[in-house]
Design a protein around this ligand. Sequence first.
Ligand SMILES: Cc1cc2nc3c(=O)[nH]c(=O)nc-3n(C[C@H](O)[C@H](O)[C@H](O)COP(=O)(O)OP(=O)(O)OC[C@H]3O[C@@H](n4cnc5c(N)ncnc54)[C@H](O)[C@@H]3O)c2cc1C
Length: 421
Amino acid sequence: MSLTSVPGVNIIGAGLAGSLLAILLAKRGYSVAVYERRRDPRAGAPERGRSINMALAARGIRGLELAGMLDRVMPLAIPMRGRMVHEHDGAAELQMYGVRPEEVIYSISRADLNRVLIEAAGELPNVSLHFGQLCLGLARDRDVLEMRDEVTGQIRHCAAQPTIATDGAGSAVRDSLVAREVASVREEPLEHDYKELTIPARDGKHVMEPNALHIWPRGGYMLIALPNRDGTFTATLFLARTGENSFERLRSAGDVDTFFAREFPSARELIPTLTQDFFANPQGSLGTVYTRGWHLNGDILLLGDAAHAIVPFHGQGMNCAFEDCAELLRMMDEHQRWDGLFEAFEHERRPNTDAIAKMALENYTEMRETVLDPEYRRKKREAEELEKRDPDFIPRYSMVMFHPEISYRQVMERVQGSQRR
Ligand SMILES: Cc1cc2nc3c(=O)[nH]c(=O)nc-3n(C[C@H](O)[C@H](O)[C@H](O)COP(=O)(O)OP(=O)(O)OC[C@H]3O[C@@H](n4cnc5c(N)ncnc54)[C@H](O)[C@@H]3O)c2cc1C
C-alpha cells in the first residue's frame, strides 16, 4: 500500500507524542483523527497528570522544530544551564551541563506544552480531535478498535487504517497486541516512588537560581527541583517505597518534617506547606516497559511510552518520544509505503530505546550519589577541559542531551568502547 493511498491515520492518545505526531502527519497532507480519553484541555484547567514540569532537550526540540512549533513552545521554557548540587551543610555548587553557551536544557510545564500542541493540531483543517474517548483496545475477533465515549458510555468501532497508538505507559492498545500474542512485554518496576511538592515564589520571584535544575543528592534517595515560569519550583522527592529511609516510614506530619529537616534542611525552609502537600499529593510509581512486537502488520504501531516507557532520570522519555515521531516521518520518506514501515521502525528504534532505558536507570545513581563524589567532580572538570580542546571527545551526558545526530545506541557503544580502552 503506497503512503498516499490510505484514507487517513488514527492516533490514540493526545499526550505529548500523539499531539506532536498529529501535527507532523497533517502537515504531510494526511487526514488525522485523534482519540483521547481526557477532556479537551483547551476548554479549561488541565487535569493533574504525571509530573508538572519536565526537561526538554535537543532530541525533543528537533521534533518540535520539524513541526514548526518552536516559536510557540520556546517562550514557555526556562533554560537550565546546569545542576545545582545542594550539600547537607547548605553549600551549593553549579555543575554546568555543557561547555558551550547553547548547551542548556529547558524546564517546561507538561500541561502548557501539551496544550499548545493540541491547539496547533486543532488549527489544522485535516485534524479531527475527539476528547472523552477511551480506547478499550482491539475488538476480540476483528482488526477494529473499540472506543467508549466517557460521557454517554456508547461504544463505537473504528477501523485500524493505520493507527498509531500513543496511549502512554499503560497502553490499552499494547495490551491488545499482547493478548493476540503479537507483542510481548516485560515491565520492570523501580523500587523507588516519587512525590511532587511546590517551592513557592517570594514576591513573584524564584527563591533559588532559576536557570538550574536543583538536586539534593543523599546517596540512596534525592530531592530535585525544576523552575516554573510563575516563580515557583516543582520539587520531586525520589525515595524507596519500603525500608529504612522510605515512603513507608513517612506516616505522620512529624515523620515528614523530621526527615526533611534532617536530610534536606535548606529545601525544608523553602516549603512552608510541606506536610500538608506531602499528604495531599499522590505518590507515583516508576518503571521501565520493554516491548517486543510494536506493530500489527501495517495497521497498528505503538510509539512513545506505549512502546518503551523509561524512568525519568535522564529526562528523556518525552524527548525520545518526540524523536520517535521525527524518525517515523524520516522513515516514511525513505520507504514510501506503509507495508513493512512499522516493522522497519521497530527494527531501527528498539536498539535505541533499549539503550536510553539502560542509561536512564544508570543516571539515577549518578544524580543521587555520584555527583557528591570529589573524584567524580575532578573527572568531570577534566572531561570539560578535554571537550573544549578536542571536538571528538563528548561526554555521555552531552551526547544524550545535546547531540541528536548521535543515536542513543551509538552513545552507549561509544561509552562502552571508551571504557574498554
Ligand atoms: C515524574 C516524571 C518525570 C518526567 N520527566 C521527564 C523529563 O524531564 N523529560 C522527559 O523527556 N520526559 C520525562 N518524563 C517522561 C515523559 O512524561 C513521557 O515519556 C512522555 O509523557 C511520553 O509521551 P507519550 O505521548 O508517549 O505518553 P503520554 O504523555 O503519557 O500520553 C498518553 C496519552 O494517552 C492518553 N490515553 C491513555 N490511555 C488511553 C486510552 N486507553 N484511550 C485514549 N487515550 C488514552 C492519556 O490520557 C495521555 O493523554 C517524566 C515522567 C515522569 C513520570
